[in-house]
Design a protein around this ligand. Sequence first.
Ligand code: SF4
Length: 351
Amino acid sequence: MIHRTGTAVQAESTQEPQIASWQAQLAAAALTPQQLAARLDLPATAVQDAAGAAGQFALRVPEAFLRRMQPGNPRDPLLLQVLPSAAELTPHPGYSADPLGETDSNPVQGLIHKYHGRVLLIASGGCAINCRYCFRRHFPYSDNQLGPEQWRQVMTYLAADPSIEEVILSGGDPLATPDARLGRMMDELQELPHLKRLRLHTRLPVVIPDRITPELLQRLAASPLQTVMVVHINHANELDAPLRSALAKIRETGTTLLNQTVLLRGINDGLAPLKQLSEQLFEAGVLPYYLHLLDPVAGAAHFAVTEDSARRLAGALADNLPGYLVPRLVCERAGASAKVPLTPILSENGA
Ligand code: SF4
């Protein structure tokens, strides 16, 4: 007989406890505000408004991420990223279901071709965690499943366009895909003679560090393509020991590790949390790459930081850190040929 203790599955004997597979951890994720409140010892009032928003965009938080939250603290910066709120239900002018016009750049099911030289594949419609500010929270994943026929069409599209040098596996989260399927996709992609780089945009190693399996590491190490992994960490509290260990293993495969952060009101919109994040990312072998202004997706307006405040924060970071630790402040605009850089506002007598 097997018991589940947290996410660790422990055999009934004196044997060493076995760690649950990442899939088992995913399946055991908290899915209701009540589970979250009970697990974190939160007052009932902290989740009383969550049901309506959770009905529109489900709550999902694995234990490995919950473990990094402070029990009893309804303002915990990790909790605020995942806790549904009644504020999501208030419509705001300028906030829409498809803020980046991605459905207009969707020439083949499962493929988004917005920028020159690179395409994005929706490798999976699933995520390990549901971030309330997600710009794809309304994306029609069910219309963009990559079944065998769609995959064949994607490969035909890629083979016909030699200007495409980089494929970005995204989602959802591409690492929600089992290793065997991911491996088959990588095998086929690396046969394209014009492809140089394979990039994975993922939050799964952050949320469930055990997702970094020996099979995945072996695949990354063996790829003839240059491999880049862009993880998504918004706050230094996300960088616990299991995540640092997973990141070190990824680096050992020769994969370049970059981070993107979304600037979120009440979560990381201050000099101290952003500076601490950059420093701790670097300690973990990850370069701070982008600091994103929130995309104006319906349901997320309460996370928005104004462009002016964001530019001042980026300026303060530049005043206080070496350049390689200052992420580029950017926003995405529908129809733009690349991410739009926003110039930091430096202090008059910055260091
Ligand atoms: S992991 Fe990424 S794609 Fe998934 S919900 Fe969070 S922000 Fe969105």
